[in-house]
Design a protein around this ligand. Structure first.
Ligand code: HEC
Ligand code: HEC
Ligand code: HEC
Ligand code: HEC
Ligand code: HEC
Ligand code: HEC
Ligand code: HEC
Ligand code: HEC
Ligand code: HEC
Ligand code: HEC
Ligand code: HEC
Ligand code: HEC
Ligand code: HEC
Length: 465
């Protein structure tokens, strides 16, 4: 880039030098050859139409030219010859009247160049006496690389409004910016400033600097991103990157379609972890329908929640991630921990680790209990009876719904058993309940008054092993 800039800079400076040289040469030649009679010209205005009137024909006139104060810049060395020199060289000619530009950063084109590279000393058709038709054109004569080959251009850059962000002469801020850091961007993107101020979770790099992710002028990626998502995100979040790569069970949406943006906002959010919406609602934006995936049919969780009033604790809190790994994981159905996928499973704390990360395993360990579980016939632990087997213990989902149900205790209405949907027929009472399942005859339990079931469920359960 520097090369291109230096080339055009040198080129321009060259043109200026040649221009000055040629102008002086022409003046001298004009003076010698045609030599208007200086005494005859004495009382005439220099900008008289017949002579230098062209200088005043354009839209914007420099104040001293309006005043015909040509001599503030052109000194006639000898009254008898029409030859003029400059009282000062370069910028000094201008800074006689204009303040010198000061600031921590002075534009090299101002510092080392001449004001007249950018300004016409007499007049111009462009505001600010510019030598080009627009600011954008002027700047790009030396900085064409700024917008070169970019598929997506920033609004103000496309409009050639470089000075909405840059000072042309000098600035206290790096890159000649009109203000510091994100303030430059907030001049126009007020909505993002407001969103950041009011957000519950804010993305640290956004608070640090917008241009960590966006190129200020434009980019070959949409939204002027420095890279396309998800690689933009994964470059910083290498822990997530490793996790996504290594996950045995993938959640394809993390890296396809909108990628990270399927669930996260890039700047700030009213919800935790930059979620687009409340976490559960974010998940349900897709899981509100049956999904056919390579792994089979995935149930419509949204409908389940809408038609069953009793929502499981974490879902009441608006969360799915206490049980599921959103970026992919080691266990079937993206579960964070182990959970049997089958009707029967040998019992073990680690087998049901998903559930025992919140619920006490004590409710399943002893055949006799005091109050470790509500699923008991006085002291007889019916969780133990059904679940705690070395081979064919019943999985929690044989009796429970994990997302939502119509009853207290999240008891399922039915459960798939082979091709049959085995009914459960649970009826709750104040102090217990009963079921009429497809497994055995109706049984009841009561925490206060022991119910005598014939035969005892213990024996019936043992019989099915
Ligand atoms: C603010 C300073 C300034 C004032 C005021 C000024 N000039 Fe100039 N003039 C210049 C500079 C600098 C150049 C050399 C421009 C270049 O090389 O591009 C110049 C060049 C010229 C030239 C050479 C050819 C050209 O057009 O560039 C003429 C003729 C000229 N001026 C006439 C005038 C007349 C007539 C007036 C008064 C109506 C005037 N100038 C007022 C700064 C000034
Ligand atoms: C004799 C004093 C004087 C000199 C010398 C002078 N200027 Fe000016 N210039 C003025 C005045 C007066 C104004 C009008 C100021 C205002 O409107 O605030 C002005 C205005 C300007 C403007 C703003 C024009 C606009 O329409 O926005 C530019 C640009 C400018 N001058 C550039 C230059 C350059 C470049 C030089 C040197 C080649 C120069 N001036 C030399 C007096 C001078
Ligand atoms: C790199 C190009 C560039 C150079 C070099 C440059 N200017 Fe400017 N100048 C601009 C632009 C662009 C504007 C803004 C025009 C606008 O916004 O309408 C401007 C505006 C001005 C103005 C109007 C008031 C202001 O400050 O905005 C003055 C006066 C001025 N320049 C004087 C100078 C003088 C004197 C020099 C040399 C010391 C100089 N400029 C060098 C580009 C340049
Ligand atoms: C005559 C050539 C020329 C023109 C016209 C010019 N520039 Fe520059 N600009 C330079 C040079 C030379 C540098 C220093 C090279 C560098 O920083 O790489 C520079 C540097 C810059 C920088 C970087 C400053 C920094 O501190 O990093 C910015 C921003 C810039 N110019 C903006 C502009 C804008 C905006 C315009 C139009 C108003 C403009 N330039 C017009 C020659 C020019
Ligand atoms: C929306 C604000 C904005 C606009 C409009 C804008 N720039 Fe910049 N520009 C920046 C920022 C911010 C930087 C600093 C980039 C950095 O630090 O990496 C910058 C840096 C630069 C640089 C320094 C080198 C570089 O590429 O980093 C140049 C030169 C430059 N801009 C020229 C221009 C030109 C020419 C225009 C008009 C065509 C323009 N800019 C329009 C915001 C803007
Ligand atoms: C002078 C006003 C202005 C400033 C300053 C400004 N922008 Fe913009 N920006 C715009 C406009 C106008 C659009 C186009 C809006 C649209 O199309 O809806 C835009 C669009 C964008 C877009 C979306 C691009 C797209 O393809 O839709 C991003 C990203 C952006 N700006 C980032 C920035 C950053 C970063 C900064 C600070 C370096 C900044 N803007 C400063 C005016 C500005
Ligand atoms: C961590 C990277 C990152 C940072 C830092 C960042 N953005 Fe963005 N920005 C994005 C991504 C990704 C998108 C595209 C969002 C999408 O496609 O849903 C975007 C979109 C935008 C848009 C267009 C859509 C909209 O929301 O209006 C604007 C404007 C924008 N950003 C401005 C900014 C501003 C201003 C800052 C600094 C305060 C900033 N960005 C900081 C990543 C970032
Ligand atoms: C420049 C580096 C960088 C980039 C690029 C980046 N991030 Fe971040 N991100 C961070 C840092 C730093 C944090 C805060 C520390 C942490 O939690 O690791 C963070 C935090 C987060 C958080 C947690 C926020 C919270 O409230 O807990 C999420 C989610 C996130 N980023 C998503 C993204 C997404 C999506 C993208 C791509 C659009 C992205 N990040 C791009 C650096 C980055
Ligand atoms: C399917 C929705 C979804 C997608 C797609 C997604 N995330 Fe997340 N992400 C989440 C959820 C939910 C959390 C909160 C996890 C929690 O609270 O335990 C999270 C948390 C995070 C966190 C903070 C905690 C952590 O795990 O480090 C980061 C950083 C993060 N995501 C980055 C990303 C990146 C980068 C992408 C894209 C590659 C991405 N996410 C894609 C849903 C998603
Ligand atoms: C953008 C749509 C989308 C979003 C948002 C989304 N998912 Fe998914 N999800 C899918 C698709 C499609 C599948 C099918 C498998 C695949 O493609 O990876 C899937 C698969 C799953 C599975 C695995 C089912 C199985 O039996 O293998 C679970 C569990 C899951 N998603 C949970 C979540 C959770 C929790 C969230 C929120 C953090 C979420 N999803 C957000 C689209 C989405
Ligand atoms: C308390 C833990 C837990 C919570 C919270 C939870 N799930 Fe699940 N989810 C499971 C278990 C266990 C399974 C596997 C058993 C089953 O399919 O009934 C599962 C299965 C799934 C499946 C696969 C269904 C199929 O057809 O195989 C999807 C999709 C799913 N969950 C999405 C979600 C969404 C979306 C949320 C948040 C609204 C959520 N889950 C909250 C534990 C949970
Ligand atoms: C993240 C913590 C968490 C995980 C993991 C979890 N649960 Fe829960 N569970 C709760 C909370 C909190 C409640 C209480 C909700 C309430 O009071 O309404 C609850 C309630 C229940 C209830 C109903 C209790 C009642 O009195 O109505 C059952 C049954 C249940 N969970 C089964 C399970 C199963 C089976 C698993 C494993 C697939 C599991 N839970 C995983 C937090 C969790
Ligand atoms: C044979 C059916 C059945 C199986 C299998 C089963 N439960 Fe239950 N569970 C129940 C019933 C019935 C209740 C409700 C008792 C009441 O409220 O009257 C219950 C209650 C619960 C409760 C509420 C607290 C308590 O202990 O009373 C939790 C938590 C719970 N079960 C978790 C699990 C977990 C975890 C598994 C798998 C490891 C599991 N259940 C297996 C039938 C079962």
């Amino acid at each position: 880039m520097r090369k291109g800039l230096t080339r055009s800079w040198t080129f321009r400076a060259g043109v200026v030098l040649i221009g000055v040289g040629l102008a002086s040469f022409l003046q001298l030649r004009y003076a010698l050859a045609t030599s208007p009679d200086p005494t005859a010209m004495k009382d005439r205005s220099c900008s008289d139409m017949a002579c230098h009137g062209g200088l005043t024909k354009r839209k914007v006139l420099h104040a001293p030219v309006v005043d015909d104060a040509c001599d503030s810049c052109h000194e006639q060395e000898n009254e008898s010859v029409h030859v003029f020199t400059f009282p000062e060289e370069g910028n000094a000619l201008c800074t006689d009247c204009h303040d010198e530009f000061e600031g921590k950063h002075v534009h090299e084109a101002v510092e080392s160049g001449e004001c007249i590279t950018c300004h016409n000393p007499h007049s111009s058709d462009t505001e600010g006496l510019l030598t080009s038709e627009s600011i954008g054109e002027l700047c790009q004569e030396c900085h064409e690389e700024v917008t070169e080959d970019l598929a997506f251009l920033h609004g103000p850059v496309a409009a050639g409004e470089c000075t909405t962000c840059h000072q042309p002469h000098a600035s206290e801020h790096g890159a000649l910016l009109v203000s510091d850091g994100n303030t430059v961007c907030f001049e126009c993107h007020e909505d993002i400033e407001d969103a950041l101020r009011e957000a519950k979770s804010k993305h640290q790099p956004v608070e640090d600097s917008c241009i960590t992710c966006h190129s200020p002028h434009g980019s070959s990626h949409k939204m002027m991103l420095t890279q396309s998502s998800p690689s933009l995100c994964l470059d910083c979040h290498d822990d997530v990157s490793d996790h996504v790569d290594e996950a045995k069970v993938k959640h394809s949406v993390v890296t396809t379609g909108e990628g990270c943006s399927n669930c996260h906002l890039p700047h700030a959010s009213q919800h935790t972890t930059l979620m687009r919406d409340e976490q559960a609602r974010t998940c349900l934006s897709c899981h509100n329908k049956v999904i056919e995936s390579a792994g089979g049919i995935i149930k419509n969780i949204g409908e389940k929640l809408a038609t069953n009033d009793h929502h499981h604790g974490p879902i009441q809190e608006g969360e799915c991630a206490p049980c599921h790994a959103p970026h992919g994981g080691e266990h079937a159905r993206l579960l964070l921990e182990e959970f049997p996928a089958t009707f029967y499973s040998p019992f073990g704390e680690d087998r049901y680790a998903v559930c025992f990360s919140c619920h006490d395993v004590e409710a399943f360990e002893e055949s006799d209990v005091a109050d470790e579980t509500e699923f008991r016939n006085t002291t007889q632990n019916l969780h133990f009876v059904h679940v705690n087997k070395s081979k064919k213990g019943r999985s929690c989902t044989v009796c429970h719904e994990v997302h939502a149900s119509k009853t207290r205790g999240h008891i399922a209405e039915s459960v798939p058993f082979g091709k049959w949907r085995l009914p459960i027929g649970f009826l709750a009472t104040e102090t217990g309940g009963s079921c009429q399942p497809g497994c055995h005859r109706p049984y009841a339990y009561d925490r206060e008054n022991h119910v005598k079931n014939l035969p005892e469920p213990k024996a019936a359960a043992a019989a099915t092993e």
